[in-house]
Structure formats: C-alpha cells, structure tokens
Design a protein around this ligand. Structure first.
Ligand SMILES: Nc1ncnc2c1ncn2[C@@H]1O[C@H](COP(=O)(O)OP(=O)(O)O)[C@@H](O)[C@H]1O
Ligand SMILES: [Mg+2]
Ligand SMILES: [Zn+2]
Length: 497
C-alpha cells in the first residue's frame, strides 16, 4: 500500500469497538484500525501525534512479543503502524461518519495523529472470487472462562458464579442491556460439545457485544446497545441456509431452521476445538483449580456429569484460557501488589522505565514477567511482575476470536465415492475449512487496575443484593426463537411424506 497515494474512496466503514474504529479496503484484504477519542476532546487531541504513534507501536510490540507468544503465532496478527496523510484521514472521517452506529458516537475517530494500525482483514481470509461462495466469519468475545480459586477472594459467590454471569445482572440492573444473556463462558470453555453448543446458541439469541457474523466481509448479524428487539435471526438463517443445504436433517428436501442452526453451531464448535496453535509456547498448562461449572448457567448440572472432554491443549480456547489464568491472585489479591508498585513509583519515579511499566514490550518483557518467583519476597520486582501478569490476563479476558469458515469445494467435485459413502456424508454437515484468529490484544493500562477492583466490588454487591434475581421480563422467555424452531421441526416431521 502506498501511504502517500491514499484515496478515501478505496476504503469503507467496517466496524468499531470502544477504543478503535476500523475501515476496510474495498479490494485488498486489509483494514486500518484508528484510535478513537472522547467527543469532548474533538477540538484538541488528548495526545500528540508522536504519542499516538508510540501508543500504536506499543500495541504492535505487545501483540507480537507478549500475546502472540502466549496464544500461538498461528492465531495472532500483530500488524504494523502506518503514517497516513492527514487530508486522507479527514476525508475518510467525514465519509464514514453517517455509517457509524449512533450509540458509538460519544467518541470520534482520531484525525490528528495520522497514525493507524494496518492489519489483514480477518473477515475476508482469502481473496475469494466474486462468483464463489463468500466465507462466513464469526466473531466471539468469549470473556472470562474460569472461576477464581485464589485464597484472596473474599466473597464465596465469586467461586460459584462466573464473572460474566454476575456482570450480566449488573448490566441489566443498570439498563445497559434490556435482557440478560444466557451465555456462560464456562460452558464455551468447557470443551464439552453439548455445553459449547448451548453457549453458542445463547450467544446467537442475545449477541450483545459478544457475537457477530460476517458474510463476505460484511457484518450480517450483531446487536445494538440499548435497542429493544433482538437482531433478526430469520435474516441470519436466510444467509446461512445455502451453506448447509448439503448437510443432514433435511425433511422433504427442506431444511428446518433448527437444522441450519445446529449445523452452523456444530461447524463453529469444530473450528474452536481444532488444534491449530503451532508449538506449545512458553506456558505451562494449568487446569482450572476451581470448579468448572457456573451456578448461574442454565445448562443442567445433571448433563455435565456425563462426559466432560476438556479442551484440546492447542485449541484457540485453551490458549486463551491458559493466558487468562495468569490472573492467579484475583483482583483482590493483586490490588495490594499494585499499591506497592504505585507507592514505589511515587518514591522512585525513575524506576518506571526499569520496571517496564509502560513498556517497551520488547523480547525481554515476557521473560522478566515469567521468571518472577512464586513467593512474595516483599520486593517491588515481585509486585511488578504480578501486576504485569494480571494485565496480560486482562487482555486475554477481553480479546475476540474470529473464526472464518470457507465452504470446501473438494467434496462437491468428488463423485467417485460409492453411494453408501455418499450417503454417510449426507449425515454430516457441509464440509468447511476454517481459520481462526485472535484480535484486540492491546495492553491494558496500569491505572485500569483500581477501576477493576471497584467494578468487581460493584458487580458482586449488585449480585448479592438481588440474589441473582432479575426484574421480570429481563430473561429471554425460554429462547423464543429456538422454541419456535423446535415447533417448526415437529410440524414438519408430522406432515405426511
Ligand atoms: N483485522 C481485522 N479484520 C476484520 N475485522 C476487524 C479486524 N480488527 C477489528 N475488526 C473489527 O472491528 C471491531 C473493533 O475492533 P477491536 O480491535 O475489537 O477494537 P476495540 O479495541 O475498540 O474493541 C472488532 O470487533 C471487529 O469486528
Ligand atoms: Mg473489541
Ligand atoms: Zn457463568
């Protein structure tokens, strides 16, 4: 890409999160991820162009030298910082403004620094022919996959109900979402296919900010904050149906909504469990010490006892979970160590560099963090290493998985098989090849730690106050769509052939 000959017409609005806005190239598989600033700051940028460049370079370094080594370089794309002409950025910002969702417009795109992060477009993993079937990509923000087992945890409820489920109550109680999601990360991270299926079904039902579907690079399914209704699942099924027609469960040549959904989820579960992480990386695998079942999950306890497969160690979910578990002390055990670091930095401000508080996230950073001793010797070095581990875990708790599913043409061409084999194939969902990536791996700032403690306290207090009960109407009345799909199934089954 020639940065001095950038034309805003070659780019279009793609997606945005809380911290960044993403535009994609109309032809090449590239995106630009630009910083966002609070709208109040739109007159004067909160940082200089050099600071913005440094911030993005830090993201690249942290992604490649820390997160990629923990999560596996097959999953991680660190990208590169690019400098863009300011005129291009300004025109781009004007061009895309009307496509932005209103609820994200409390922040504006950075038009001052001319810096951005350039990444491969993970929603169009291959340059597919316009005539070929476009790839389907699923973005999942899985959140925390384990219950803390740290001795510093002061409230027993935190060892029984997962953070995500408690946070859902808090968000519904505070009006951020109208309905509670029945997704529980512990189900997704269980490695048990039934539980994973259950988790994904509920992500689809109530996607909030945790689930999106793209087709040919275009987002076709997501939810809007504060909106009353659920996104249009029928439209999603309409998009998905052609991908699964060759699969099983056809009744009278028609594929039921439930069958499409089941096949789709099954293919996604396969992608999430596929071993693709390259070598084992520097992590020693640690199984969750606490319980691996969340009391708030509606997946019945009974069913869990029947077979729990666990996650294949090189799968994307296992790698994310292992990295999340670098938070071994819980925020309650970490906070005093954070205070020790803060106190030390007040007394010896120059040590900020030596302790690599704001980076650089170079090759040595992870080694220094990992060689920290297990026992607290009262030193600031020990505290800083634990704080760094916690920040790495925070990033892993907040990242997204992008699973790209490309229908394989191979099977279609293969008509050599015996009819019995073909018959067998018909009982499997359509074959896909998948490629899985992890995105949004920015370092979390040191000063987010006190906020984490306050948030933790508020979430737990809210959950204990309401006893896990939510106001009427905030629970999706048993997944209405799925119930409807099941009815549809029955009616179809009982129709005369
Ligand atoms: N490399 C990429 N390819 C395709 N889509 C992307 C890519 N990076 C980000 N996105 C999309 O943009 C959204 C916002 O990007 P993200 O990195 O999560 O920013 P934030 O830090 O603001 O959450 C993501 O949820 C995803 O849908
Ligand atoms: Mg994000
Ligand atoms: Zn849960």
């Amino acid at each position: 890409m020639e940065m001095d000959r950038m034309d805003e017409n070659d780019w279009k609005y793609h997606e945005e999160g809380n911290k960044s806005l993403v535009v994609c190239h109309v032809q090449h598989c590239r995106v630009l991820r630009l910083l966002k600033y609070p709208a109040e700051d739109s007159e004067n940028p909160p940082q200089t162009a050099e600071q913005a460049f440094r911030q993005i370079q830090n993201i690249v370094d942290f992604t490649s030298n820390v997160m990629s080594r923990l999560l596996g370089d097959k999953f991680v794309h660190s990208g590169e910082v690019v400098r863009l002409p300011l005129e291009f950025v300004r025109q781009l910002s004007i061009k895309i403004q009307h496509q932005r969702p209103a609820w994200r417009c409390d922040k504006v795109m950075d038009i001052y620094s001319g810096c951005a992060l350039c990444l491969p477009n993970l929603t169009t993993p291959t340059q597919y022919q316009p005539t070929a079937t476009p790839p389907i990509c699923i973005e999942i923000k899985p959140k925390w996959g384990f219950l803390p087992s740290s001795k510093h945890v002061s409230r027993d409820i935190k060892t029984r109900v997962c953070r995500y489920c408690m946070h859902q109550h808090y968000k519904v109680a505070n009006g951020k979402w109208k309905r509670r999601s029945l997704y529980c990360p512990l189900d997704l991270f269980s490695g048990n296919r039934q539980r994973m299926h259950f988790a994904i079904r509920h992500l689809i039902e109530e996607p909030q900010n945790n689930f999106k579907v793209f087709k040919g690079g275009q987002c076709i399914y997501s939810s809007k904050e504060g909106s009353e209704g659920s996104p249009d699942m029928n439209a999603l099924l309409h998009h998905l149906r052609p991908y699964f027609l060759r699969g099983n469960n056809r009744v009278n040549g028609h594929m039921t909504a439930k069958a499409v959904l089941n096949d789709f989820i099954q293919v996604l579960v396969n992608a999430l469990l596929s071993p693709a992480g390259g070598d084992g990386g520097p992590l020693t695998h640690r199984a969750p010490e606490g319980r691996s079942f969340c009391e708030a999950s509606l997946f019945s306890n009974e069913r869990v006892r029947h077979g729990s497969q666990g996650l294949p160690s090189s799968s994307v979910l296992s790698r994310i979970l292992q990295t999340q578990m670098l938070d071994a002390l819980d925020i309650e055990g970490l906070y005093p160590l954070y205070c020790r670091v803060e106190q030390h930095l007040q007394d010896f401000p120059k040590d900020r560099t030596r302790l690599q508080i704001d980076g650089p996230y170079d090759q040595n950073f992870l080694e220094n963090v990992q060689k920290s001793s297990m026992e607290d010797d009262g030193s600031v070095e020990y505290a800083a290493a634990k704080v760094h581990q916690y920040r790495i875990a925070m990033t892993a708790k907040d990242c997204s998985i992008m699973a790209a599913l490309v229908p394989s043409v191979k099977e279609e061409d293969d008509d050599e098989g015996l009819s019995s084999q073909k018959h067998l194939r018909d009982f499997r969902p359509q074959a896909f090849s998948s490629s899985v990536s992890i995105l949004d791996l920015d370092p979390k700032p040191l000063d987010s730690i006190p906020r984490q403690l306050r948030l933790d306290q508020k979430i737990v207090a809210c959950y204990l106050r309401t006893g896990g009960a939510l106001p009427m109407g905030s629970l999706p009345l048993l997944p209405n769509f799925i119930a409807a799909a099941e009815r549809e199934d029955r009616t179809l089954l009982f129709q005369p052939a």
